[in-house]
Design a protein around this ligand. Structure first.
Ligand code: NAD
Length: 492
């Protein structure tokens, strides 16, 4: 393996504008492609948590009084810094996640920078409204959009930098202070974001990074000085975070799991739909929350679709994630591999195997968490591979006859994160968008997430939306101010 030491941060946390080694227990960060630890990261202690909260309080007092146009300039500079380090940060993200460099070079840093630029542009547009309710010369009112205070972001491991930016950028644009707790498996790129914010001139204490596991996350969620929590993670974690935030009546945004449907009608462009189904199942080795893992194909095109899908799946390049030709890297961890392998082992008893990529042997990477793509036709819609989130490259393929039937089956899930439809019929495409129960939907494409569009889940897939102007509501509150223009007549 090439030497990546020069890429590695030398510290664990970022507190009050300083990179800190940390006094807590050190945990190894492991490269998913070879199972080797390449750096140790300290988990935050309770006194470091308190130190960070105190710094964020000070940071908040400075930042909330900073003119929004100045906030915007800092954010723009941070985005530029990230873009200028695209290749370096992409390599770091690949080292942490195992995702193919081919992906991280064009998605992770770009998407983070896009988000920071977008919210920089929003910062100076935040205004209140005049509310005239009494006629000329009478009382009137106005609204003020205020920041919430200290916001907490807790990230999952599949898109670490993207999540750090999607959460911190709207929070900072609104004038909040921010504490980020990255996923324990992928701690590194958060420190690169901290570096960019610092270099861009963000005042000390406004953005902080604390490493750690679920205990650190839980301690922060229930801390009385945290005003808002935004979590990306499993649905069960979302429920715990909601409970932890309940006593403090904290605002919560949840981006959770899914088992999303992708519906392909018989008038669809089949080659494009096959590409969409592959993207929706094999990108990032299947570790994408909004993946369309239940692929419903109209029975008239089933054979043609499956033949093309298998031919193109066989051609997928699996291997060294740092090789730009590689399309699929390993799964993120040995523990996650075991979970996904469990689904693979039980899959043959749950349906017909259409393709099984097996466990690839990659020379020089014998201890990596490798798993090949698999395509199954489950016996029915209720098998666990068809209902539960695998979070690996296992595609469940079903056939259907008509729109009503496929709508009912697509919606028959506790999740509601995403949905996609491939069809040449405009009316049907839009009709399906009204019928499918999901927060993030696509017509004739899948899993593209421009920052201008809100992203989030319905049902058990989440609460609230990230991105787009709607994210600003999640990081600010409205104050209503009544102005009396003449003495009030009191009833006593
Ligand atoms: P996870 O729920 O195990 O962990 C997510 C984060 O929550 C981690 O930082 C973890 O340390 C923290 N955490 C865990 N328990 C906690 C607790 N009790 N209190 C506070 N923090 C706690 O999820 P994961 O395995 O890291 O990520 C995979 C999951 O994330 C999948 O279910 C996937 O669908 C989901 N996900 C959702 C989206 C989305 O936008 N909807 C995006 C990516 C991933």
């Amino acid at each position: 393996m090439a030497d990546f030491n020069h890429l590695l941060p030398q510290t664990s946390h970022f507190i009050d504008g300083q990179f800190i080694n940390g006094a807590g227990e050190k945990m190894p960060d492991i490269y998913p492609a070879n199972g080797e630890a390449f750096v140790d990261i300290a988990w935050a202690t309770s006194s470091e948590i308190e130190q960070t909260i105190a710094a964020a309080k000070r940071g908040f007092e400075i930042w909330r009084k900073t003119p929004p146009a100045q906030r915007a300039r800092v954010l723009y500079r941070a985005a530029q810094i990230l873009r200028s380090k695209n290749d370096e940060i992409a390599r770091l993200e690949t080292l942490d996640t195992g995702k193919a460099l081919q992906e991280t070079l064009v998605v992770d840093v770009t998407s983070a920078a896009d988000s920071i630029e977008y919210f920089a542009a929003q910062a100076a547009t935040l205004t209140g409204e005049y509310v005239g309710f009494s006629g000329a010369e009478g009382d009137w009112g106005y609204t003020v959009r205020e920041p919430l205070g200290i916001c907490l972001g807790i990230a999952a491991w599949n898109y670490p930098l993207q999540m750090a930016a999607w959460k911190s950028a709207p929070a900072l644009a609104c004038g909040n202070a921010f504490i980020l707790k990255p996923a324990e498996l992928t701690p590194l790129s958060a420190l690169k974001l901290a570096e960019a914010y610092k270099e861009a001139g963000l005042p000390d204490g406004v953005f902080n990074v604390l490493q750690g596991g679920r205990e650190v996350g839980a301690a922060l969620v229930s801390h009385s000085d945290i005003a808002k929590v935004s979590l990306t993670g499993e649905t069960t974690t979302g429920s715990k975070v909601l409970k932890g935030a309940a006593d403090g009546i904290k605002k919560v945004t949840l981006e959770l799991g899914g088992k999303s449907p992708l519906v392909i009608f018989d008038d669809a462009d089949i080659d494009s739909a096959v590409g969409g189904a592959m993207l929706a199942n094999f990108y990032s080795t299947g570790q994408v929350c909004s993946n369309g893992t239940r692929v419903f194909v109209h029975e008239n095109i089933r054979d043609q679709f499956v033949e093309k899908l298998i031919r193109r799946t066989e051609a997928l390049v699996i291997g060294d994630p740092m090789d730009e030709k590689t399309q699929m890297g390993p799964l993120v961890s040995a523990e996650h591999f075991k979970k996904v392998e469990g689904f693979y082992k039980s899959a043959p008893s749950q349906g017909e195997c259409l393709y099984d990529g097996g466990i690839p042997k990659i020379q020089g990477f014998e201890n990596g968490n490798w798993i090949g793509p698999a395509i199954y036709k489950p016996k029915d819609d209720h098998q666990s591979i068809a209902r539960d989130e695998v979070f690996g490259p296992l595609l469940s393929l079903f056939t259907f006859k008509d729109e009503d039937e496929v709508t009912a089956r697509a919606n028959d899930t506790v999740f509601g994160l995403a949905a996609g439809v491939y069809t040449a019929d405009l009316s049907r495409g839009h009709r399906m968008m009204t019928r499918l129960q999901a927060g993030s939907c696509w017509i004739n494409t899948f899993n593209v997430t421009p920052v201008e569009m809100p992203f989030g889940g319905h049902k058990k897939s989440g609460l609230g939306m990230e991105n787009g102007k709607w994210a600003l509501d999640a990081y600010s509150q409205i104050k209503s101010v009544h102005v009396a223009m003449s003495p009030m007549e009191y009833p006593y």
